[in-house]
Design a protein around this ligand. Structure first.
Ligand SMILES: Cc1cc2nc3c(=O)[nH]c(=O)nc-3n(C[C@H](O)[C@H](O)[C@H](O)COP(=O)(O)O)c2cc1C
Length: 332
């Protein structure tokens, strides 16, 4: 199954292997633009036969960057570089998505940082300003403009980053959202409005990445996310990319496939497509997840940093003859 195609809306991925979004912090000019590193890095994984590449967390506002070296999509000037990136990846037969992000209280850039409530992540981080209604409206608009630019740049998929304790996740979790207005009474409201705003300008495949557990006794669990996933599906989200943690400092016992049970539960209980991610490193492990109906797509992170040809490695392991990029036929 790992090497069978998968179609969402009118986009077909040639296999089920997805490059998980991974920040490169490689914008040396600190202006959010695509640099040579990004072109080389992502195109290499396309040559390596990944079906769908999801570009790293890309900031919808400058103050929403994790660091000054993040990629950005807050300005029309970002579109040209991103278009070069999507066409390079398309030339190599892969599809390409982008993760639209706002770091909220975890932003480590100069100036004011914002979040649903004025609570710092830990004692080393700054206290954010509690967002006003105007801040909320502006930020939703920024996600929409990011989506519009992603479309103009030629992306096939948009993934909204609602995981890892960044802004949207901060609205969802009761540990970080202490508001008493409508965005606190209904903690899903902010994400819901971001999805609706994105949908006004984007009709392609839409993914949302979530943290399915806060790993905290008063935090969210996978059961809460089953309910959120049902709402996302009803709004037209095509796939939930199931990660976990990083909302508050917590110790996580990570072992091979440790997040897969979350993807499986959400897929079964909310009847929605899911992506599994986290310490998935072998072809057999990926195949098991797909064949046992635990997820629909397999997201690979660090293993693809170590080995851009991981799809070839996985195919060898599964006894599958993967077609070589033409210039490599003699060495494949
Ligand atoms: C260098 C690096 C950067 C990352 N940046 C992002 C990111 O931009 N967005 C995101 O959702 N997750 C990010 N992650 C998490 C990965 O997408 C992935 O979920 C995590 O590494 C677990 O998968 P793995 O065990 O296959 O690496 C990052 C991970 C690494 C190692």
């Amino acid at each position: 199954m790992l090497f069978s195609p998968y179609t969402i809306r009118d986009v077909t991925f040639k296999n089920r292997i997805v490059m998980s979004p991974m920040c490169m912090y490689a914008c040396d000019r600190e202006d959010g633009t695509v640099h040579n590193w990004h072109l080389i890095h992502y195109a290499s994984r396309a040559v390596g036969q990944v079906g769908l590449i999801i570009v790293e967390a890309t900031a919808v506002t400058p103050q929403g960057r994790i660091s000054a070296r993040d990629l950005g999509i807050w300005n029309d000037d970002h579109i040209d570089g991103l278009r070069t990136l999507t066409s390079l990846v398309h030339e190599q037969g892969a599809k390409i998505g982008i993760q639209l992000a706002h770091a909220g209280r975890k932003a480590m850039v100069a100036g004011e940082i914002i979040a649903p409530s004025p609570l710092p992540f830990d004692e080393t981080m700054r206290t954010p300003k509690e967002m006003t209604k105007a801040d909320i409206e502006e930020t939703i608009h920024a996600f929409q403009q990011g989506a519009r630019r992603a479309k103009e740049a030629g992306f096939d998929v948009i993934e909204i980053h609602a995981a890892h304790g960044y802004l949207i996740n901060e609205f969802l979790s009761p540990l970080t959202n202490k508001r008493t207005d409508e965005y606190g009474e209904n903690r899903y409201r902010f994400l819901s409005e971001v999805i609706e705003a994105v949908k006004e300008v984007w009709s392609g495949p839409l993914f949302v990445r979530i943290s399915a557990s806060d790993y905290h006794p008063d935090g969210l669990t996978v059961n809460d996310y089953v309910e959120y996933a049902k709402r996302m599906k009803a709004q037209g989200v095509d796939l939930i990319d199931v990660s976990s943690g990083a909302v508050v400092p917590a110790k996580i016992d990570a072992y091979p496939g440790y997040q897969v049970p979350f993807a499986e539960t959400i897929r079964r209980e909310a009847n929605v497509a899911t992506g599994a991610v986290g310490l998935i490193t072998s072809g057999r492990q990926a195949e098991e997840i797909l064949r046992n109906g635990r997820a629909d797509l397999i997201f690979i992170g660090r293993e693809l940093l170590r080995n851009p040809y991981w799809p070839k490695t996985a195919a060898n392991e599964l006894g599958i003859q993967l077609e070589a990029p033409k210039p490599y036929v003699r060495g494949w």
